[in-house]
Design a protein around this ligand. Structure first.
Ligand code: FAD
Length: 435
């Protein structure tokens, strides 16, 4: 095991958009030496869902840096310019860029940042009290399996989210029952199936269903979409609703009592969990076109129905046990392929849970977080652990939003360096949440 002698100012765990944005902004801040570790070999943003035609749910202005500093060289517009696509982008006349392009843009940024190291998995962190106070970070090289221990005054956790698969969907062949996060690697398999069922009704479910619906006639498979929700509800996308994804709303939400925050958050699903209007329109338009001339597409859309269990049939395919919760009636449905669009949960690595005596936790087992995104500690150690992931319970509905992550990075940098590198303009919206 190698021990790295230098003590860094900040070590980041994970390089998704949140820590990549932080690395990009810190690149222009003098006097801070950061290092970020990502277990994947390169930056790759939800690769299983980079379906052709899917687009970002935030305007390109919510890139890695622009909301903090429009003159930053890592802006999306500079990426467009350096890649000589200025005129094409100008004539495109769109704010909502393709998701594939956002990924390509982030890869372009990540290749320029020496502070971001790929193929390195962080396996442990340990607070150390010596003459100096610092954190020890254990890092494994995913190719050579060599372990190196680094030291840092502060840490930042950007470990993102992980797909959620209900228990009853687990343990089956991975090319027959899989999460939408693995859709593209299994796309060809779908094209050759006799029947496919998508379960769930969020944006990922809708995008997967739309993609399969486009191919359904040509490939000839039966396509079903089942959800326990009362409908295929559209996301709340009005401009005034979008103001919930603002620093003002985060500030308002943060100061509420935890019990009240949990109650409010539970009512805000449609701000981030529903389906974009344009995706619903695409699906409806396809269904309408398929029905011209009285034809009936081999497609089903079933609401109000919860999937209870999944059984592999002896002659191939799956029997899906469903329950219509309003009629209180059970029914079964059969399908060759089952795609679980059952969402994501925050990925909090085990080594964070192992710091249970060091950090403060609430009664639901969630870590406590200060307003400026530091994990609350039981002990008075100088170094901070900043956090991007798993903070919806403290900072609300915008915690996973790409636009707001730039604001969070401004707050983190100002706190880290102890001065206002980025001015904080907290009156950013028209409506008032506070009094
Ligand atoms: C399909 C999809 C589309 C989305 N589209 C939008 C959108 O349009 N607009 C929007 O605002 N939000 C969107 N989101 C929500 C959210 O903003 C993104 O999921 C975003 O990727 C979150 O960034 P992140 O950096 O927290 O996490 P991630 O992108 O999940 O990255 C975390 C990284 O940490 C790495 N990692 C984890 N543990 C370790 C470890 N121990 N050592 C080293 N590396 C580690 C992982 O490999 C991963 O690369 C979308 C989410 C999904 C799933």
């Amino acid at each position: 095991m190698e021990q790295h002698e230098k003590v860094f100012d900040l070590i980041g765990v994970g390089v998704g958009p949140f820590n990549l944005g932080l690395a990009a902004l810190l690149d222009e801040v003098d006097g801070v030496e950061p290092l970020f570790f990502e277990q994947n070999d390169e930056f790759d943003w939800h690769p299983g869902m980079l379906i052709e035609g899917t687009k970002m749910q935030v305007p390109f202005i919510a890139d890695l840096v622009t909301m903090a500093d429009p003159t930053n060289k890592y802006s999306f517009l500079n990426y467009i310019s350096k890649n000589e696509r200025m005129y094409q982008f100008y004539f495109l006349q769109r704010l909502d860029i393709p998701r594939r392009e956002y990924n390509d843009y982030c890869q372009w940024v990540s290749r320029q940042l020496n502070s971001c190291q790929f193929g390195k998995r962080v396996t442990n962190i340990r607070p150390v009290r010596d003459n100096e106070q610092y954190y020890e970070v254990t890092v494994v090289d995913t190719k050579t399996e060599e372990t190196t221990v680094y030291r840092s005054k502060n840490l930042v956790m950007g470990t993102g989210s992980t797909p959620v698969m209900p228990k009853s969907f687990q343990g089956f062949p991975e090319d027959e029952v899989f999460h939408t996060a693995d859709f593209l690697p299994n796309h060809d398999r779908c094209r050759n199936a006799n029947s496919i069922t998508v379960i769930g009704s969020g944006q990922s479910a809708a995008e997967t269903f739309r993609e399969l619906l486009k191919e359904q006639k040509e490939c000839g498979f039966r396509l079903d979409w089942i959800t326990r929700s009362p409908g295929f509800a559209s996301m709340e996308e009005s401009k005034l609703s979008l103001e919930h994804f603002s620093p003002d709303y985060v500030n308002y939400f943060y100061q509420l009592p935890q019990e009240q925050k949990d109650e409010i958050f539970a009512t805000q699903g449609l701000y981030y969990k529903g389906i974009s209007n344009h995706t619903i329109n695409d699906i409806y338009n396809l269904l309408y076109e398929y029905s011209v001339g009285g034809k009936e597409a081999d497609v089903g859309m079933q609401v109000l129905s919860e999937v209870k269990d999944l059984k592999k049939k002896a002659d191939g395919g799956y029997e899906i046990d469903c329950y219509h919760w309003q009629k209180q009636e059970a029914f079964t449905h059969e399908s060759d392929i089952v795609i679980s669009a059952t969402g994501y949960k925050p990925h909090v690595p085990d080594f964070v849970h192992e710091l249970s005596d060091f950090l403060e936790w609430d009664e639901k087992g969630r870590y406590k977080v200060t307003k400026d995104y530091r994990l609350k500690k039981q002990e008075d150690l100088q170094g901070e652990i900043y956090v991007h992931s798993g903070i919806s319970h403290t900072h609300g509905v915008g915690s996973t939003n790409l636009g707001l992550s730039v604001h969070r990075n401004k707050v983190i940098i100002n706190q880290l360096v102890g001065r206002e590198v980025f001015p904080m303009n907290e009156k950013t919206i028209f409506q008032s949440f506070d009094i």
